[in-house]
Write a protein that binds this ligand. Structure first.
Ligand SMILES: C[S@@+](CC[C@H](N)C(=O)[O-])C[C@H]1O[C@@H](n2cnc3c(N)ncnc32)[C@H](O)[C@@H]1O
Length: 400
């Protein structure tokens, strides 16, 4: 459609876009918020929806605020930057409640508790792209809607030590090989180099580490008083301030001497549970994460923690019984029908469901509730302020 239309933004969609209606079409409008009135051109999707492009805000929503980031107009990260943080949190709670009702196909869920930290200075891991060279590297993120580099001179969501590292790499006080095409940076309690407390790996165009030692490099983070290690280039939770709170909400009150930790990564939940005297068995598909979890257990003398390298569904399908207490933290795709089916067959009493995708959580938790578990508690941790992402911990219990 070549002509422009005026749109009133009504709410936000789970992906973060504003949603409006015009001529029977649902329109997704990037980087807009409920209450905005905008003008845009529409690009039709296959069904009764369209995407808005070339969006111009005519009347801003009352919840718009001055952006704390000078790059928010061009940078592809943080699509909700410039929206009042209390409104962001209310929207996340509504999105989750709506998904639980619609995709979970169940109407009686407990009230959602929102847990929040600071909205700036939280990010503990970052991927920076590198471009041309000046005194130091030109560093930045992907631009909105393209793969182009947007150079940034600062990034206020980064934890302070990562911010120092970004500035050091840019002004040349921290050396980066010139052939680097990207850098992965994380907080690291064991780092004593140019920026104490932060480490990075430089990568080539194919995302391979330029220094071969980085392939196996681990970083250290304090979690509930335990110095845990994670692969520098592998999965780790991304919010420095809410990490211990996430572990606390996922593990506290998990009754029973034995706990099964499905999708256990490097042992973020299993190791604090083992430190509290539980016998924990982690199941994880990524070999580097399994190795890191075992190294953590050995280093910390946590003999109660063991880790098996396996696909969760395959492993569960071979079990005749499992512990009464099970923690699950699947990737975005969720548990899926096959794993839910195995849990229903094995009938653990307690399930702690940790999820970074509210849609697949709603689908899987709905299936578990229909199979007999009660949902007792839902915590929404706002671990990714200024983005639509959220982390959710749900407590499910099966009546005896
Ligand atoms: C969201 S992460 C959680 C990791 C860990 N609980 C943490 O918070 O650090 C999901 C984990 O599931 C693992 N994973 C993905 N698919 C899997 C599968 N089919 N079977 C077992 N583990 C899998 C990934 O390698 C990743 O470590």
């Amino acid at each position: 459609m070549e002509t422009r239309v005026e749109l009133q933004i009504e709410r936000v969609a789970p992906g973060g876009d504003g949603v409006a209606h015009v001529d029977g079409l649902v329109v997704f409008v990037p980087r807009t918020f409920p209450g905005d009135r905008v003008s845009a051109r529409l690009v039709r999707g296959k069904e009764a929806w369209a995407k808005a492009v070339e969006v111009e805000v005519l009347v801003p929503a009352a919840t718009r605020v001055a952006s704390p980031c000078t790059h928010s107009q061009t940078c592809g990260g943080c699509p909700w930057m410039g929206w009042d943080v209390a409104a962001q949190r209310a929207a996340k709670r509504e999105l989750l409640a709506d998904l639980l009702r619609r995709m979970g196909r169940h109407s009686e869920w407990p009230e959602i508790q929102v847990v929040a930290g600071d909205d700036l200075g939280w990010r503990s891991k970052a991927e920076w792209l590198t471009g041309a060279w000046r005194a130091g590297a030109v560093l930045g993120y992907r631009a909105r809607g393209t793969n182009d580099l947007v150079e940034v001179d600062d990034c206020p969501i980064l934890a302070p030590r990562l911010r120092d590292l970004l500035l050091g790499l840019k002004n040349g006080t921290v050396a980066l090989p010139r052939e680097a095409r990207s850098a992965t940076a994380c907080l690291d309690e064991s780092a004593t180099g140019a920026v104490p407390g932060a480490s990075f790996s430089a990568q080539d165009r194919a995302d391979a580490p330029l220094d071969v030692r980085d392939a196996d490099r681990r970083v250290r983070r304090m979690v509930q008083g335990l110095p845990l290690e994670f692969p520098l280039r592998g999965f780790q939770q991304g919010n420095a301030q809410l990490l211990s709170s996430l572990v606390d909400r996922a593990t506290s009150g998990l009754d029973g001497d034995e706990v099964l930790d499905l999708y256990s990564g490097s042992g973020l939940f299993a190791l604090p549970l083992a430190a509290r005297g539980r016998a924990v068995h982690g199941i994880e598909l990524d070999a580097v994460a399994v190795r890191t979890a075992r190294i953590n257990a050995l280093r910390l003398g946590l003999e109660g923690a063991r880790f098996t390298h396996s696909d969760v569904q395959v492993w569960l399908s071979r079990q005749a019984r499992i512990p009464e207490a099970v923690l699950v933290d699947p990737p975005r795709a969720g548990l899926g029908e096959a794993v839910v089916k195995q849990l229903v067959r094995l009938r653990p009493t307690h399930i702690r469901h940790v999820s970074c995708d509210p849609a697949t959580l709603a689908r899987d938790a709905g299936a578990l509730v229909r199979a007999g578990w009660n949902c007792l508690r839902i915590d929404l941790l706002d671990m990714f302020p200024h983005t639509p992402h959220m982390e959710v911990v749900m407590h499910l219990e099966r009546p005896q």
